[in-house]
Ligand binder design. Structure first.
Ligand SMILES: Nc1ncnc2c1ncn2[C@@H]1O[C@H](COP(=O)(O)OP(=O)(O)OP(=O)(O)O)[C@@H](O)[C@H]1O
Ligand SMILES: [Mg+2]
Length: 148
């Protein structure tokens, strides 16, 4: 299936740039006239994922593929990895340090929000190698399979 591909580099050193990729994607999706609720959910997924790459993993690369029926966001970093994904997914769990907390991050709500806002989310992570978070959002919810 044909897709449109976008790539964003996320700088892990510059906190002031955090959020650039999600803002840029949001503008692109607006120009494509996508459903506002889809755009809102994509922006949440991208923003939370992008911030995680900056504060926990020293940046990385985001690949976005837009298909006729869905958008796939793949966020790849070469950070420390996530030792316990189930724990990391819990609301309120965070390993953020003092500096990060002072910047207003570290509530432990990013991953749960990404999960809630996407239709599918997968985390591939290897300690000391890196983490890849892949999220899919469908443009139309599949019809509920009621009786015909
Ligand atoms: N890309 C990543 N690389 C390594 N660890 C990560 C990554 N993303 C998340 N984590 C780990 O999972 C924990 C939970 O992430 P989550 O986004 O839910 O919360 P947070 O980033 O700590 O706080 P918040 O997102 O609310 O600002 C993080 O504190 C961190 O330990
Ligand atoms: Mg986070």
């Amino acid at each position: 299936m044909p897709s449109i591909h976008y790539q964003y580099l996320v700088d892990g050193k510059d906190f002031t740039m955090a959020g650039e990729a999600s803002s840029s994607l949001k503008q692109t999706l607006k120009m494509m006239n996508l459903n506002p609720d889809v755009i809102r959910r994509c922006a949440i997924c991208m923003y939370e994922g992008e911030i995680n790459m900056v504060i926990h993993a020293n940046g990385g690369i985001i690949d976005v593929d837009i298909f006729p029926d869905r958008i796939i966001m793949e966020l790849k970093d070469k950070g420390p990895g996530i030792p316990d994904v189930e724990l990391a997914m819990q609301e309120g769990y965070s390993t953020a340090n003092e500096e990060v907390l002072n910047l207003g991050f570290g509530a432990g709500m990013g991953l749960p929000n990404m999960k809630r806002s996407s239709d599918e989310m997968k985390i591939d992570t290897v300690i000391n190698v890196g983490t890849t978070v892949t999220m899919t959002i469908y443009f139309h919810q599949p019809e509920s399979s009621g009786e015909k």
